[in-house]
Design a protein around this ligand. Structure first.
Ligand SMILES: Nc1ncnc2c1ncn2[C@@H]1O[C@H](COP(=O)(O)OP(=O)(O)OP(=O)(O)O)[C@@H](O)[C@H]1O
Ligand SMILES: [Mg+2]
Length: 479
């Protein structure tokens, strides 16, 4: 795929007509198309009139003025479109849209401008908001030339889609900015070693039997030779928070690839903050963006475009914290079971759990090394306090209750660390509106529901084991 592929007037007219229809709700008339085509071929009105059979006066006074006004509105970009420079405006406009179309079809091993794009980028059928985040990320990449950026946030909050959108915009704005854009999607069976080997094969380097450090320095060399953007999507799938050896390995990877100045950049998305993933004994510079829900205005746009309306939409956005995948899941259910009425859905005062956040919680509760017993205890405690109509639980109450109820030896510093980690993973939250002096904590409704419902028995199973081992209390006390 190249951006220089020449465009015929027929292709341009097709793209233009779709835009005019979208903006004005009308199709271009035959006479308008004749004027556009003729102008493209550098013809005067008189020539267009004799070629098309329309009268000169009709084209000049009946067609032209309205056409130029429409085109100014649709493709003018703030400049008045006139016959004399229609061709340039049209070329610019069509190239832009052609590029967008091509980028949206990106597949394995494509070429956009001079950028070789590897890996399967996610499709972006629609995208709401995130202008600020995209602007910040672009600045970090272009201006501060950050060589590692971590995008973190809970499951389904939009990390992957945001990164894909960022790539789309980078390619669109400057398809020659990078030599390589490599999208690596991590799965449960991946490893850093494999990730390195696979990435090296893109540069025709086959280093399967080499040590990890050799592979890292080989890749670093490529980062010097070529300007690369390496995306590692879903890094948390590699994580073993309690495995010291692995943490050192991850640290070697990041430190090794960022220790020297080069123009390449790694972007990783993860549900777990990078500080927790690596051991960070050595300093290594990276920036992070912790992604929260969509802004209310963007989430409202999403709801409206998906056919929901009314004041209750705001409440829905607040309950699901603007998490787009959660909103999508609940919107679908409202259409299916409540005839598209948000009000009727609220009559049942229930909370829906979307698949992506559930998948994240299954892993957090079910996979060893993600949440410590203390962290799980804190979350279960908060869920039960909240189910008794206690919405924000002050820190001192958490300390007192946990000490008394759990009867386990926990130092304040351990508790603070555990709470901090939970907050960084967006598993618990503070009430930002509260003006109480003492900090208090709560769970977002979906997380609370997961703990209370415990769909796979992963919450209770762990609680039971902890208490049984310590011979303290029965599970029923907690759930
Ligand atoms: N800005 C957005 N506009 C519209 N829809 C969005 C947006 N962001 C995310 N979504 C929707 O939410 C879904 C989840 O987004 P995404 O896969 O990017 O989340 P994630 O944070 O990467 O989740 P995970 O941690 O599970 O990988 C998308 O498939 C899309 O349907
Ligand atoms: Mg993702």
């Amino acid at each position: 795929m190249t951006k220089d592929k020449s465009l015929s007037i027929e292709q341009i007219l097709e793209i233009l007509e779709a835009q005019v229809l979208e903006r004005t709700g009308r199709y271009l008339s035959k006479a308008e198309k004749a004027v556009i085509k003729g102008t493209w071929d550098n013809k005067e009105y008189s020539q267009i009139a004799s070629d098309s059979g329309y009268s000169l006066q009709y084209l000049q006074t009946g067609v032209g003025p309205q056409l130029w006004a429409t085109l100014t509105d649709v493709i003018g970009d703030g400049v008045q479109v006139k016959k004399t420079y229609l061709k340039n405006v049209l070329l610019k406009f069509a190239k832009k849209h052609y590029m967008k179309l091509e980028i949206s079809k990106l597949d394995n091993n494509s070429l956009v401008g001079k950028t070789k794009v590897y890996g399967r980028l996610p499709r972006i059928p629609y995208f709401y908001g995130r202008d600020e985040e995209i602007g910040d990320l672009k600045k970090q990449i272009k201006i501060s030339q950050e060589s590692c950026i971590a995008i973190t946030g809970v499951g389904g909050i939009g990390k992957t889609l945001l990164t894909a959108k960022l790539i789309e915009e980078i390619l669109f704005e400057n398809p020659n900015m990078y030599d390589y854009i490599i999208w690596n999607r991590i799965n449960r069976f991946s490893s850093i070693d494999e990730l390195l080997s696979e990435t090296l094969t893109i540069f025709n380097l086959h280093a399967i039997d080499e040590s990890l450090s050799t592979k890292i320095s080989l890749l670093l060399k490529q980062f010097h030779l070529h300007k690369c953007l390496l995306i590692i999507d879903g890094f948390e799938k590699l994580v073993q928070v309690d495995n010291y050896q692995k943490k050192l390995e991850y640290e070697d990877f990041f430190v090794g690839l960022t220790k020297e100045v080069h123009q390449s950049c790694i972007i990783l998305t993860s549900q777990i903050p990078l500080e927790e993933i690596t051991h960070l004994t050595t300093s290594f510079s990276f920036s992070s963006l912790h992604l929260e829900g969509l802004k209310e205005s963007s989430a409202m746009q999403m709801m409206h475009e998906k056919g929901l309306g009314g004041e209750k939409c705001r409440e829905l956005i607040e309950i699901y914290r603007g998490n787009p995948s959660e909103l999508e899941a609940v919107i679908n259910k409202i259409h299916r079971f409540f005839g598209g009425s948000v009000e009727r859905f609220f009559e049942y005062s229930t909370t829906m759990m979307g698949p992506q956040i559930q998948a994240m919680l299954h892993i957090q509760f079910g996979q060893p090394g993600f949440l410590s017993n203390l962290q799980k205890q804190i979350m279960v405690y908060l869920a039960h306090q909240m189910s008794q109509d206690c919405n924000d639980i002050p820190f001192s109450k958490i300390v007192d209750d946990l000490k008394e109820r759990l009867d386990i030896e926990v130092s304040i510093s351990e508790l603070i660390t555990a709470i901090d980690t939970l907050e960084q993973r967006s598993l618990i939250e503070t009430n930002k509106q509260s003006n109480q002096k003492e900090i208090s904590y709560r769970l977002q409704p979906v997380v609370k529901k997961y703990i209370l419902v415990d769909p796979l028995g992963l919450v209770n199973k762990e609680q039971y084991l902890v208490n049984k081992k310590q011979n303290k209390m029965a599970t029923s006390h907690f759930v």
